[in-house]
Ligand binder design. Structure first.
Ligand SMILES: Cc1cc2nc3c(=O)[nH]c(=O)nc-3n(C[C@H](O)[C@H](O)[C@H](O)COP(=O)(O)O)c2cc1C
Length: 205
């Protein structure tokens, strides 16, 4: 199969940098994906450092640091670069995921501010009717969060809160994260073979 999918991954300063790492690794492995743009906010980089102990001195190396290998199909873009390719609707992008997505990033997308590359790229996805998945991580939710979720939903985004499931009896945090990432990738049109599928009975006793 010729790899053809181009995906943008946004990483913001919500808890759950491990989800971003698992997403980057899954896209690296996926032979259907030819290009991945990565944009992390300053707070996203901070959470990657706090939660994963990974410090990206140069944003260009972020994907390689997250995969642990030379991540060749990745292009890591500075969040300040509002002139990057993905800031334009003419760029060939098949979908974007923000994982984890902060309440702040959700608010920026819901209000259409587009004042950094992450928010602009998401805004472009909505205007171009391209898939946009927001893995919001916040709890409890206030009225502003709830209204913003409805706003982006109505504008075409998929709101997919970072909520792992338990019905497949996960044995580790890693498994919970992997399974959640599989569900997100399925929403982006990239179903994964390792995704657990409920068939009416528990996997493990
Ligand atoms: C350790 C830490 C954990 C945080 N966790 C969350 C979170 O789970 N959800 C959230 O919406 N914001 C969280 N925040 C706050 C955001 O990082 C903050 O609102 C930031 O401005 C978001 O910026 P961004 O959307 O540009 O990444 C956290 C901050 C820190 C320092």
């Amino acid at each position: 199969m010729t790899p053809s999918e181009t995906i943008t991954v946004g990483i913001t300063g919500a808890s759950g940098a491990i989800y971003a790492q698992a997403m980057i690794r899954a896209l690296d492995r996926d032979s259907r994906v030819s290009r991945v743009y990565v944009v992390a906010s300053d707070a996203g980089l901070r959470l990657i450092s706090t939660e994963l102990g990974i410090v990206a001195q140069e944003h260009k190396k972020l994907a390689s640091l997250l995969t642990g290998t030379p991540a060749k199909k990745f292009e890591c873009l500075p969040n300040k670069d509002i002139g990057a390719s993905i800031a334009s609707g003419s760029a060939a992008v098949d979908g974007m995921v923000i994982i984890p997505c902060s309440a702040g990033a959700l608010g920026a997308i819901a209000s259409g501010t587009s004042d950094d590359l992450l928010a602009r790229a998401a805004d472009v996805c909505l205007k171009e009717r391209c898939k946009l998945v927001l893995c919001l991580r916040e709890t409890p939710l206030n009225r502003i969060h709830l209204e913003n979720m409805l706003r982006v939903h109505d504008a075409g985004a998929i709101v997919m809160p970072a909520m792992p499931a338990f019905y497949y009896a996960p044995q580790s945090i890693g498994e919970m994260v992997e399974q959640f990432v599989c569900r997100v990738l399925a929403q982006l049109g990239l179903p994964q073979e390792e995704q657990f599928r409920w068939s009416g009975g528990a996997k493990k006793q």
